[in-house]
Design a protein. Structure first.
Length: 360
């Protein structure tokens, strides 16, 4: 059995917290934007790291199995959000208010995130897996050129669109390139795989270089603000900073061994990503009812509630199985609970190690 890479589980936990920060409000959180903008790229890169074999090739047969299981997660997660948005948190209703249901479904299949925007991650990851299942190029030079080209498109059409000599609004091609797996999931998953090969023969960067690049990231952010930055979540420094951060954590596998954030990353990172929006909806609805303004500290409320929810979900299967055994029955099978983070520790569910970046 392979040993746990404690540092990567710690990094998963940090990224899960940063993802919640991206979507929840927090006073002056823009000061942390160069850091939290690395969270999703790091998730994809950690996944790519574990999808790449020690022989320098993708685990193609396993990827095929992962695709099927990821499709199940995709369908179930969408169903959960549809139920909650249409019947409980109706302010977030999509289906009843959308003029063309067929168009909505097509966009969900192609881009994802139609029923809850942050869930585009799942759609992008599925499509990236499909491409990698058939990707046979082993040349790092070609792969890096492709990665650089795709990321350049994302950066120019996003954060740097203000310097483009043409208008990109209401352009369906630009809309697809900005939001599809081609410029989000695929290049970062591939970059994680390349890092796996690279770290086999190279040591990680020194902390001071990561700090230097972080400072440059803040300078870039100020430059974009000065130039009229309006949208986009990927800067020129983001892929490089993410790569260096992941490389440092890979080269320090025992770092964070006793940290509670490592436990969050190991057991609950997937569920935090999937369900923190539901918690946000609940918190916002409750605060609206009592007239409480939490605009400046919503993150501080949403994060602990989300972690608690994920903890309870992760232990529900254990409790029900113990009760079943006490009453003389066999283990109770919960198909949906089997998708939740408790099974991330199961040897027979390696998909969830890779999808949630399980560091084993």
């Amino acid at each position: 059995m392979k040993k746990e890479i404690f540092s990567l589980n710690l990094l998963k936990g940090i990224c899960a917290i940063l993802v919640v920060m991206i979507h929840a409000e927090l006073y002056k959180k823009f000061l942390l934007s160069p850091l939290y903008r690395c969270a999703v790229p790091l998730f994809f890169m950690i996944s790519g790291y574990f999808l790449m074999g020690n022989n320098g090739e993708w685990h193609r047969e396993k990827i095929g199995k992962y695709i099927k299981k990821m499709l199940l997660i995709w369908a179930i997660t969408d169903l959960v959000y549809i139920i909650f948005s249409e019947f409980i948190f109706t302010d977030h209703s999509i289906i009843l208010s959308h003029p063309n249901i067929l168009q909505l479904i097509v966009r969900e299949v192609i881009l994802g995130g139609q029923f809850c925007y942050p869930l585009w991650y799942i759609t992008a990851y599925v499509w990236a897996l499909i491409v990698l299942r058939f990707w046979n190029c082993k040349s790092d030079k070609i792969n890096l050129c492709l990665i650089g080209f795709l990321l350049l498109i994302k950066i120019l059409l996003g954060a740097y669109n203000c310097i483009l000599p043409f208008d990109i609004t209401h352009n369906c091609i630009v809309d697809y390139l900005m939001n599809s797996f081609l410029t989000s999931a695929l290049p970062f998953v591939m970059l994680g795989g390349i890092l796996k090969r690279y770290t086999a023969t190279h040591t990680g960067p020194k902390i001071k270089y990561i700090v230097y690049l972080l400072i440059i990231s803040y300078v870039e952010r100020l430059f974009l603000w000065y130039c009229g930055y309006t949208k986009g979540d990927l800067f020129f420094t983001t892929p490089i900073l993410s790569f260096l951060i992941l490389m440092w954590f890979v080269n320090h596998p025992k770092f964070g061994q006793t940290s509670w954030i490592r436990t969050i990353g190991k057991n609950y990172s997937l569920n935090i990503y999937l369900f923190h929006l539901l918690v946000m909806w609940m918190v916002e609805a409750c605060c609206t009812q009592i007239g409480l303004d939490i605009m400046n500290y919503e993150f501080l409320i949403v994060l602990p509630i989300t972690v608690l929810l994920c903890y309870l979900i992760g232990h529900t299967k254990n409790i029900t199985n113990r009760l079943s055994a006490t009453w003389g029955g066999g283990k109770i099978r919960y198909d949906y609970l089997d998708l939740l983070p408790y099974i991330e520790n199961s040897k027979n569910n390696s998909l969830f190690y890779l999808y949630t970046m399980g560091a084993h």
